[in-house]
Design a protein around this ligand. Structure first.
Ligand code: 3H9
Length: 690
C-alpha cells in the first residue's frame, strides 16, 4: 500500500494508498508510524513529502471504525499526527483532491503544505456528529483566521484550496501536480537549511478570537447535536489553554461524542446516502442513454420547479403547456426566480443569462417531445389525463426517448401501458419546491428497463439530487408512509390536541415542519382530493373529518391565507376559529377532549411512519430500510441527527416500539396500530431493520 521510491536527493516520499478515498484506518496509521520513524532514523533523509495516491490526499478517519472505541484508540490518529509534527526533519504535505477531517488534520501536523489549485479541504466531523479529534480544533485556528476556523469546524463545508479565507494554511498553491510541487518545495527548504515549523508552537491572539467564538456560541447553542457544544469548547481551549491540554481535552471530548445516538444517526445517514445508489440490476456496464434535452410537460408549480432544477444542472429545457396563458405565467415565474437570484448575488448575470438561453416555452406537446431525450410529465394528477398525455408523447417522441411521470400516487404500470414503450417509462417523483428539495423517488415499473432506470438515476444525480428507487404502489415510499403519519396527526386533533400542539411537539422533536403546517404549505385541497378518492377505494380506513371541515371553509393553507392556521405572510398564527372547529368536532363525536402530551404526539406520528415503513419494506417497495431513511431525510424534513424513521426505531428498540403500539391499540381508532408482520417479527426476535 505504500509507494516509497528511492531517495530523491534526501527527500523521502510517503504515499497513502488506501482506495477509494485514502481513509486513515489502522493499516494506514501503522504505515505512517513506520515510515516516519524510518525517515527520522535514516541520516540520508533530509526532508519528507507526504502525499495521497489516486489524486486524493485523504478523506480522514475511517468512519467505519467509529462504532468501536477500541479500534479508534488503537494507534490513535492524533498521536500519529503528533509524532509527525515532532519529527526533527521538515515534512511537506502535498495536498491533492481532498483533505477532509483527519486528512486535513494530518496535513496540519506537517510542517509545510503545498496544495493543488483544485484541492478542497474541510473539517466535516460535525456532519457526522463528532468533532475533529486529531488536533484539528487546536491546529487549524493556529493556521488561519480564528473566525474561519470556527466556521469550518462548526459548518463542515468544503472550501477550495485557493480561497482567500484559507490564508495561512498553504505555503504554495500550484496549478500543476501538487506532489511534484511539494518535492520541489522540499528540495528548496533543504537547500535553504530551513527546519521544521510547527503549528503547535504558534500562539493565537485572544482579541478577535474571543468575540468570534462568543458570536458562534450565540448562533449555534443550544444544539441537539452534542458535538456542537464540544467543538466550541475545544476552540475555546485553543485560545485559553496550552496546546497539549487543548489536545488532550479534544481527544476526551471526541471519545464522549462518538458514541452518542446523534453521532450514530448522522453516520448512518452518511452511509445510507451512499448505499442508496446501489440498485440490483444496475451495474457500471448498464447502458445509460445520453440526456441533454428535457421536455417538461405542465407549467404548474411542479413543472416550473423541475425546469429550474434542470436548467441549473445544464440541461436544455422545453417547458410545455397547452394553455398559452399558463405557459406565459410559468415562464414569467422562472424569469423572476433568476432575477431574484441575481439580485441576491447568488448567481451572476452572465450565468443567469446562460440558463435563460437554454429555456424554451412551447404549447406544442408533440413538437417538444420530438426534440427531447427525456420527457417529464407533471400534468394534473389524474390517471386518465396522464394516460392521454403519455400516449401523445409516445406517438411523437423519438424511439430512444424516455418518458417519465412525476405522479405522486398513481400506478406507473397503468401509465406505462398507455404507451408503446413501457420499458422506457419510469416514475420521477419530485418534491415541491422541485428546484430546492433534494429527493426524487425513481419509480421502477414492472416493465421499466434497467437502462431506463440507470438513465433516470443518472439524470437525478446530475440534478444534484438524491434518487431513491421505489416500487409501484399508491404513494410509493414517502407518501404512502406520510398518509399514516397524517392520519395520526388528524386523529390527535379529534381526541384533544390543537394544531399548534401537534406541530409544536414534532418540531421540538426535530421535524423541520409539523404535519399541519406542512399541509398548509402543500395545499390542503390536494390532500382533500386524495381523501375523496380514498373514501371510495378504502371505506374501512377512515380519517378524521377535521381536514375536510377545514377545506370546506376554503382554508386551503398558506395560498388562501388560512388553513390549520391563519397566515401573516408565511407566519402561521394559531387561529381560535380552528380551535373552536376542532372542539366542536370532538363534541360531535361525543368525545370528552383530553390533554395529550408531547411524547404521545411524537410517538403516535413517528411510529405510524415506522409501521408503514416496515410494510413498505416487506412489500419490496423500498430496497432497504436505509433507503426509507434517505427518503425521509431528503424529502420530508426528518431530523438528520435522528437518522430517519427506521434508524430511529432501531435506536428506540423495536420491542419498545411495538409495546407502545400495543398500548395505542387500546385507544382511539386502535385498529390502525396492528404492527406490520415484519415489525412484529423483528420485535419478537430482538432484530433490527437492516
Ligand atoms: C474524522 O476524520 C475524525 C477525525 O477528526 C478524528 C479521528 C480520531 N471513512 O462518497 P463516495 C467511502 S471523521 C470510511 O461515494 P465521492 C464511502 O462510504 C471523517 N469510508 O465518493 C463509499 O463507500 P462505498 C471526516 C469512507 O467520490 C466510498 O468511500 N471525513 C470515508 O462521491 C466512496 O465514497 C469525512 O467526513 C471515510 N472517511 O466522494 C469525509 N469517506 O463505495 C467523508 C468515504 O462502499 N467522505 N468513504 O459506498 C466524503 O465526503 C466523500 O466520500 C468524498 C468522496 C468527498 C471523500
Amino acid at each position: 500500500m505504500t509507494e516509497v521510491p528511492p531517495n530523491l536527493s534526501g527527500i523521502k516520499l510517503i504515499v497513502i494508498d488506501n482506495p477509494p478515498v485514502n481513509s486513515l484506518g489502522l493499516e494506514v496509521r501503522r504505515m505512517l508510524t513506520r515510515e516516519f520513524a524510518s525517515a527520522e532514523e535514516d541520516p540520508a533523509v533530509k526532508a519528507v513529502v507526504l502525499a495521497g495516491a489516486g489524486g486524493k490526499f485523504s478523506a480522514g478517519a475511517d468512519i467505519r471504525e467509529f462504532t468501536d472505541a477500541k479500534a479508534v484508540s488503537q494507534l490513535y490518529l492524533g498521536e500519529v499526527i503528533d509524532k509527525i509534527e515532532s519529527l526533527s526533519k521538515p515534512v511537506v504535505a502535498a495536498v491533492d483532491g481532498v483533505a477532509l477531517g483527519g486528512g486535513l488534520e494530518l496535513a496540519l501536523g506537517c510542517h509545510f503544505r503545498v496544495a493543488g489549485r483544485t484541492a478542497r479541504v474541510a473539517l466535516p466531523e460535525i456532519t457526522l456528529g463528532v468533532l475533529p479529534g486529531a488536533g484539528g480544533t487546536q491546529r487549524l485556528p493556529r493556521a488561519i483566521e480564528f473566525a474561519m476556523a470556527i466556521e469550518m469546524a462548526t459548518g463542515g463545508q468544503m472550501i477550495g484550496a485557493g480561497d482567500k479565507r484559507l490564508q495561512g494554511l498553504f505555503d504554495e498553491i500550484t496549478e500543476g501536480d501538487p506532489r511534484r510541487a511539494a518535492i520541489l518545495f522540499a528540495a528548496k527548504i533543504i537547500a535553504d537549511g530551513i527546519g521544521p515549523r510547527r503549528l503547535s508552537e504558534k500562539a493565537i491572539p485572544a482579541e478577535p478570537a474571543e468575540a468570534a467564538l462568543q458570536a458562534a456560541r450565540e448562533r449555534l447553542l443550544p444544539n441537539p447535536v452534542p458535538a456542537m457544544a464540544a467543538v466550541l469548547e475545544c476552540l475555546d481551549d485553543a485560545i485559553h489553554r496550552d496546546f497539549r491540554t487543548g489536545l488532550a481535552n479534544e481527544r476526551t471530548r471526541f471519545g464522549q461524542v462518538v458514541g452518542t445516538p446523534e453521532a450514530r444517526a448522522l453516520q448512518h445517514a452518511f452511509f445510507a446516502e451512499r448505499e442508496v445508489s446501489k440498485v440490483p440490476g444496475i451495474t457500471p456496464e448498464t447502458p445509460v442513454l445520453p440526456v441533454e434535452a428535457i421536455a417538461v410537460i405542465g407549467a404548474g408549480t411542479m413543472g416550473r420547479g423541475i425546469s429550474i432544477a434542470a436548467l441549473d444542472a445544464g440541461f436544455a429545457v422545453t417547458l410545455v403547456d397547452v394553455e398559452a396563458a399558463a405557459l406565459e405565467r410559468a415562464l414569467g415565474a422562472i424569469e423572476s426566480h433568476y432575477r431574484t437570484m441575481v439580485e441576491r448575488k447568488r448567481l451572476s448575470e452572465a450565468d443567469a443569462d446562460e440558463r435563460r438561453k437554454r429555456l424554451t416555452g412551447s404549447v406544442d406537446l408533440s413538437a417538444a417531445a420530438r426534440e427531447a431525450d427525456l420527457v417529464i410529465e407533471a400534468v394534473f394528477e389524474d390517471l386518465k389525463v396522464k394516460q392521454e398525455v403519455l400516449a401523445k408523447l409516445d406517438a411523437a417522441a423519438g424511439p430512444n426517448t424516455i418518458l417519465a411521470t412525476n405522479t405522486s400516487t398513481l400506478d406507473v404500470d397503468a401509465l406505462a401501458v398507455a404507451t408503446s414503450r413501457p420499458g422506457q417509462v419510469v416514475g420521477m417523483h419530485f418534491f415541491s419546491p422541485a428546484n430546492i428539495m433534494r429527493l426524487v423517488e425513481v419509480v421502477r415499473g414492472r416493465a421499466t428497463s434497467d437502462s431506463t432506470l440507470a438513465t433516470a438515476l443518472k439524470v437525478v444525480s446530475r440534478l444534484r439530487k438524491v434518487g431513491v428507487v421505489a416500487g409501484v404502489c399508491d404513494g410509493f415510499i414517502g407518501n404512502r408512509m406520510l398518509e399514516e403519519y397524517l392520519r395520526q396527526a388528524y386523529f390527535l386533533l379529534d381526541e384533544g390536541a390543537l394544531p399548534h400542539e401537534v406541530d409544536g411537539a414534532l418540531e421540538r422533536w426535530g421535524m423541520a415542519m409539523g404535519p399541519l403546517r406542512m399541509m398548509d404549505l402543500a395545499g390542503n385541497d390536494i390532500g382533500w382530493a386524495i381523501r375523496k378518492r380514498r373514501k371510495v377505494e378504502q371505506p374501512d380506513r377512515p380519517y378524521s373529518a377535521i381536514p375536510d371541515l377545514i377545506c370546506e371553509r376554503g382554508r386551503f393553507g398558506q395560498k388562501t391565507g388560512a388553513g390549520f392556521y391563519r397566515y401573516d405572510g408565511r407566519k402561521a398564527i394559531p387561529d381560535p376559529e380552528v380551535d373552536a372547529l376542532v372542539a366542536e368536532h370532538s363534541a360531535s363525536l361525543g368525545f370528552k377532549r383530553r390533554e395529550i402530551d408531547a411524547e404521545e404526539i411524537v410517538q403516535r406520528c413517528i411510529y405510524a411512519l415506522v409501521n408503514e415503513g416496515a410494510s413498505v419494506l416487506a412489500d419490496g417497495i423500498a430496497l432497504r430500510a436505509s433507503d426509507i431513511d434517505v427518503v425521509y431525510l431528503a424529502g420530508y424534513g426528518f431530523p438528520r441527527y435522528r437518522g430517519g424513521p427506521m434508524h430511529y426505531a432501531n435506536e428506540v428498540g423495536l420491542g419498545r416500539v411495538v409495546a407502545a403500539m400495543q398500548r395505542f391499540q387500546q385507544g382511539y381508532q386502535g385498529k390502525f396500530w396492528e404492527p406490520s408482520p415484519l415489525l412484529a417479527e423483528l420485535a419478537r426476535s430482538g432484530g433490527r431493520f437492516k
